[in-house]
Design a protein around this ligand. Structure first.
Ligand code: LLP
Length: 425
């Protein structure tokens, strides 16, 4: 099981709260988050990076629930944002602008115009055209404060992850490569209007080895050296992005501590570049992924000669990852007794009218599971609710935050009226 999701008295609990009690009270399907879990992950980061100057910018896209954001703020994190909508949320949750970085490969003119007026930690520029647009927009502004700009660098490093979540290869749309950065700085006088403060790099997500991270750091250091020599810049910040994997299969390939040790080899007190940069980190999944589960009811068992199915009340619209990336999520019964006994290969599917609406294929699950039983999909805290939709006109599910023996509804279940609220007839 997981640290904060354990069987107690035969039933799966989140911390000290029984998941059965929660579905009884709040209905199914239901996202449930453990505060102790994400607090623990944040503290692990803080501890293993304690002797390098840094800010932890939680990647809001992983899970943007306001209550979770507030808790993360209280733990001392900043935020990594990719849209003005995320910025709006982060501000509502109480984050200061100084603790926000704004990335995004396609920021609109309006988003940039607004963001440039704010004292953000940095705006991470992802193309030459965006850089030019920023210079143009700043020209028209009265503010005396020069916006802080970082280049999102595409280092052409293979993160060896699912192609859909690889971002640091030259064929990926993200960031600028070395030549593009040098070229844009050469061609555009910038020092009057903005300050180029840093380099940011994010090469992908669910990365299971340290090597791509250290390769990216090496490339960044080469680039910093070149930029400082050629343009008399002082690169103060190095934002190393997110991407650290979580152990979906229960086996942790890289730990936060090992990642911290790798970082310290470069930037720690005894590293090659002690105190040289203020570092940034943008973990999303590693902070919130293991803290969330999706609780779902079995609607029907369907037995065929060729296949055994369990049809759930949760679907791909609630948790898209398995359908989109064929990603693995462990699925466990709410009742401990159903872990044992005769198991059979089962396809676990949702009710949505798509064959890809499948959470697991040929998963060994109890033969006794049937209508009215509950299953729990683990490690659904990151890119679960934040990627949910109302496809098939299915109202979005509720979210509950557990802390010790307390639980709190942090997003109410959508109603049928919510589905049509924005429509004009
Ligand atoms: N920083 C930037 C600029 C990013 O684009 C991302 C994720 C992160 C940080 C956070 O990465 P993390 O630490 O969470 O790996 N929906 C996919 C993941 C997409 C990640 C996109 N960018 C999934 O469910 O696997």
């Amino acid at each position: 099981m997981r640290d904060f999701f354990q069987y107690k008295a035969g039933e799966l609990h989140c911390e000290n709260v029984s998941l059965r009690q929660l579905v009884k009270k709040f209905g199914s399907p239901l996202y449930v988050y453990s505060e102790a879990d994400f607090s623990h992950q944040v503290k692990r980061f803080q501890k293993s990076l304690s002797n390098v100057p840094h800010t932890l910018f939680y990647a809001v896209k992983a899970n943007s629930n306001l209550s979770l954001l507030k808790k993360l703020k209280a733990l001392g994190t900043g935020v990594d944002l990719v849209s003005y909508g995320e910025l709006f949320r982060a501000k509502k949750a109480g984050f200061s602008y100084e603790k926000m970085v704004l990335s995004g490969v396609g920021k609109t003119k309006e988003e940039l115009r607004k963001a440039l007026k704010l004292p953000l930690h940095s705006i991470n520029v992802e193309s030459a055209a965006e850089f030019k647009l920023i210079l143009e927009l700043v020209k028209g502004m009265k503010s005396k404060r020069k916006p802080k700009i970082a280049f999102r660098f595409n280092p052409d490093v293979n993160p060896k992850t699912h192609p859909y979540i690889s971002t640091g290869l030259k064929e990926n749309k993200f960031g600028l490569n070395r030549d593009e950065i040098l070229d844009v700085l050469k061609k555009n006088p910038f020092s009057q209007s903005i300050t180029v403060t840093g380099i940011s790099v994010h090469i992908g997500s669910q990365i299971e080895s340290l090597k791509p991270f250290s390769e990216a750091i090496e490339r960044c250091l080469e680039l910093v050296d070149e930029l400082e020599k050629k343009f008399q810049l002082k690169i103060q910040t190095l934002d190393l992005g997110g991407g650290i994997a979580i152990p979906y299969t229960g086996d942790e390939k890289i730990t936060i501590e090992a990642y911290g040790e790798m970082v310290r080899k470069y930037f720690g007190p005894n590293g090659k570049y002690p105190q040289r940069f203020h570092l940034g980190f943008e973990p999303g999944r590693r902070i919130i992924g293991s803290s969330g589960v999706l609780v779902t009811e079995v609607l029907f068992r369907k037995s065929r000669k060729e296949k055994e199915f369990l049809v759930l009340d949760a679907g791909m619209n609630d948790l898209l990852r398995p359908s989109l990336y064929e990603s693995f999520h462990e699925i466990v019964p709410m009742k401990e007794a159903q872990l044992r006994g005769k198991l059979m290969n089962t396809d676990v599917v949702g009710p949505v009218c798509e064959s890809s609406d499948r959470f697991a294929r040929d998963r060994k699950l109890s033969k006794n599971l049937d209508s009215g039983d509950y299953l729990v999909i683990l490690d659904a805290g990151a890119y679960g609710m934040s990627m949910a939709s109302t496809y098939n006109s299915r109202p979005k599910v509720a979210e509950v935050l557990v802390s010790g023996k307390n639980s709190k509804l942090v997003r109410r279940r959508e109603t049928l009226n919510d589905l049509i609220r924005e429509e004009l007839v």
